[in-house]
Design a protein around this ligand. Structure first.
Ligand code: 13P
Ligand code: SF4
Length: 298
């Protein structure tokens, strides 16, 4: 299958983009593996004719918005991020009508429709930097309440309005889960994704995006690291630092949607051009504005 995928990629001048959360065998056939910020930059600046996206819908949708002339096919069409649907345009309009001097800051884990009503997109890798650079005093951070709370602590000079969205996996991490891991591994450092709740971030040694967590594991002196994000990231960490002991939380953090994607899906998307992503022209033009702004500021 890997040989077939390689052949198809050449024939079609296609590239495979894979998020760190997908299964390791897919990461190994991908041309680019990364966090959501990195993958959107690759999509914006690549001269392939076709992109096969091994990730969830908002990632492929953003790739299509940034690169409309390419054919973008989702490896698994039903892989979707529930958080992307946890805010509505009506809610955004309501907050806009209540505040002057407001920026709607949209986590990239959102639908294109939500992006059309936003001022700037962010990812967990660039949110703090971007929000610091915005001229507006009031920040409506959508849809992730946990990432929004984390950013608000780093940028205390702004006034934040939060939304109720969350990641069902990261939001379910409890202090008990972390305590158990720390008790079993007292010398381990704890690295966590900012989609976790505030009380989890408070007991972390490092808070960052998936690529930030990978970098932390490469740079820390600790032999053991407790990983507070989806276990798909282990694949690249262990390639970079094979001697590091990675400790998972119990129960394991698995993203059901990312986990649906198989090597076969990737082959079929390439071969039959299945799962093609389409974005309506008007939606594309409007949602490109906050995405471009992210690339400019981030
Ligand atoms: P990253 O931007 O850190 O890759 O995270 C994406 C995501 O979906 C986290 O759950
Ligand atoms: Fe969405 Fe959470 Fe899965 Fe990330 S881990 S894609 S935020 S459901």
């Amino acid at each position: 299958m890997v040989e077939e995928i390689k052949k198809l990629k050449k024939e079609k001048n296609a590239i495979i983009l894979a998020h760190y959360y997908v299964n390791g065998d897919i990461q190994d056939v991908a041309d680019y593996v990364g966090d959501s910020f990195y993958l959107s930059k690759v999509a914006a600046k690549n001269d392939a004719d076709m992109i096969v996206f091994a990730g969830v819908s908002f990632m492929g949708e953003s790739a299509k918005i940034l690169s409309p002339d390419k054919k973008v096919c989702m490896a698994e069409e039903t892989a979707d991020c529930p958080m992307a649907h946890m805010v509505t345009v009506d809610e955004i309009n309501k907050v806009r009508s209540q505040y002057d001097d407001l920026a709607v800051v949209c986590y990239i884990n959102s639908t294109a429709e939500i992006k059309t009503a936003s001022d700037v997109c962010v990812t967990s890798a660039n949110a703090v930097n971007i929000v610091k650079k915005l001229p507006q005093k009031n920040i409506y951070f959508i849809p992730d309440k946990n990432l929004g709370h984390y950013v608000s602590l780093q940028v205390p000079e702004k006034n934040f309005i939060f939304c109720e969205g969350f990641c069902p996996i990261h939001n379910d991490v409890t202090t008990d889960m972390v305590k158990r891991a720390k008790e079993a591994h007292p010398n381990a450092k704890f690295a966590v994704h900012p989609e976790c709740r505030p009380e989890i971030l408070e007991i972390a040694d490092f808070i960052g995006s998936t690529s930030g967590i990978i970098k932390f594991c490469q740079e820390t002196d600790a032999d053991e690291v407790i990983i507070g994000t989806v276990t798909g990231v282990y694949h690249q960490i262990l390639k970079a630092v094979p001697d590091k002991k990675l400790i998972g939380l119990e129960p394991e953090l698995r993203c059901k949607n990312m986990g649906k994607i198989t090597l076969e899906n990737v082959r079929d998307a390439l071969k039959f051009e299945e799962g093609e992503m389409f974005v309506d022209d008007e939606v594309r033009t409007k949602s490109l504005i906050p995405l471009d702004k992210m690339l400019e500021l981030g």
